[in-house]
Design a protein around this ligand. Structure first.
Ligand SMILES: NC(=O)c1ccc[n+]([C@@H]2O[C@H](COP(=O)([O-])OP(=O)(O)OC[C@H]3O[C@@H](n4cnc5c(N)ncnc54)[C@H](O)[C@@H]3O)[C@@H](O)[C@H]2O)c1
Length: 311
């Protein structure tokens, strides 16, 4: 595993699930950790310092260094405290893994305003706020002449990049996180910071709430183990990954798929402004079967994964 000795990492939502595995893997690679977790329920209610504290104890028991943080990542001042805690505890910050998240699944037609607002806030603002404060620190470091090798690893989702029914709030936030990644990567390159995102698939309380119990195989490799996602984080945090930025990686089991960004797609070119009737006719000619999303299950299959929806 690449050495992250001397580096300092924040992982948000690291008290459980995928984030806990990221924190343990980064610590095993030599990084000092700030383990953030609000300790909320799956729908984002309540607060409990215990999950973050337990992960800190696990890291310390394995010989690593870690401190716990209970701030809400969607609170701008809380996110600033989180970044400040890393600097106060360890004197530097190298890695920010934005991972905290909640779900409040509902069909669009029944979704409440609060279900929409809370999910967008925890994911999208919860990515923006820590990244904003970490970026200000890295810009200051870069301007003072220090060599910066900053890393931001965001967490999108197959729901966002492929589109999962019942998750307009969550999927919209996750698609926006993929967009934020592309723009932040371009803005922060000048300071030596790379920004990438993962679209993971693994067994956690979140997936079990959406898809039901996901049994572990009796023996052999478990493709749904949340620890399968962490090697991608460690790899992207290595100094050798300085040239990889603005990418979104679908990760499931042993499959890591470098997703294609939105690209130029199919050009329909008129000599001047399109006439709507002619445009409609051209769309019919070019796409005789119509145009509609394939959905998450089909896309995950193509990407080397397996949707929990199709068993
Ligand atoms: N499990 C999957 O297959 C899967 C798929 C796609 C995306 N993801 C994403 O991966 C990330 C981790 O999810 P998970 O499956 O491990 O879920 P999880 O519920 O096990 O872990 C999420 C953690 O985030 C914490 N959290 C929630 N709101 C917070 C806030 N405002 N501030 C700080 N911490 C907060 C929770 O307390 C919890 O410990 C999420 O962003 C999720 O959307 C997961």
């Amino acid at each position: 595993m690449p050495s992250l000795d001397g580096k300092v990492a924040i992982v948000t939502g690291a008290g459980r699930g995928i984030g806990r595995e990221h924190a343990l893997a980064l610590a095993a690679a030599g990084a000092k950790l700030v383990v953030n977790d609000l300790g909320a329920t799956l729908v984002g209610e309540g607060a409990d310092p215990t999950p973050a504290q337990e992960v800190v104890r696990e890291i310390e028991a394995a010989g690593g260094a870690a401190v716990a943080n209970g701030d809400d990542v969607a609170d701008f001042a809380g996110a600033e405290r989180l970044v400040r805690q890393a600097l106060d505890a360890y004197g530097r910050l190298d890695i920010l893994v934005n991972n905290a998240g909640i779900t409040r699944d509902r069909m669009l037609v029944n979704m409440s305003e609060d279900e929409w607002d809370s999910v967008i806030a925890v994911h999208l603002k919860g990515h923006f706020a820590p990244t904003r404060h970490a970026a200000a620190y890295w810009r200051e470091q870069s301007k003072s002449g220090a060599e910066v090798r900053g890393r931001v690893i965001n967490t999108s989702s197959p729901s966002g990049v492929f589109g999962n029914v019942g998750q307009t709030n969550y999927g919209a936030a996750k698609a926006a996180i993929a967009g934020l990644t592309i723009i932040a990567a371009q803005e922060l390159a000048r300071y030596g910071v790379t920004v990438n995102c993962l679209a993971p698939s693994a067994r956690t309380r979140m997936t079990e709430a959406s898809f039901g119990e996901i049994p572990k195989p009796a023996e052999g490799f478990d493709p749904m183990d949340p620890a399968n996602i962490a090697p991608g984080v460690v790899a992207l945090c290595a100094d050798e990954a300085q040239g990889i930025t603005g990418q979104c990686f679908f990760v499931y089991g042993g499959a890591v798929n470098v997703l294609r960004q939105w690209d130029a797609g199919e050009l329909l070119q008129a000599d001047g402004r399109w006439d709507a009737d002619e445009l409609l006719a051209e769309l019919g000619d070019r796409f005789p079967s119509g145009l509609a999303p394939e959905g998450m299950a089909a896309q995950m299959g193509k990407a080397g994964g397996r949707s929990m929806q199709v068993g």
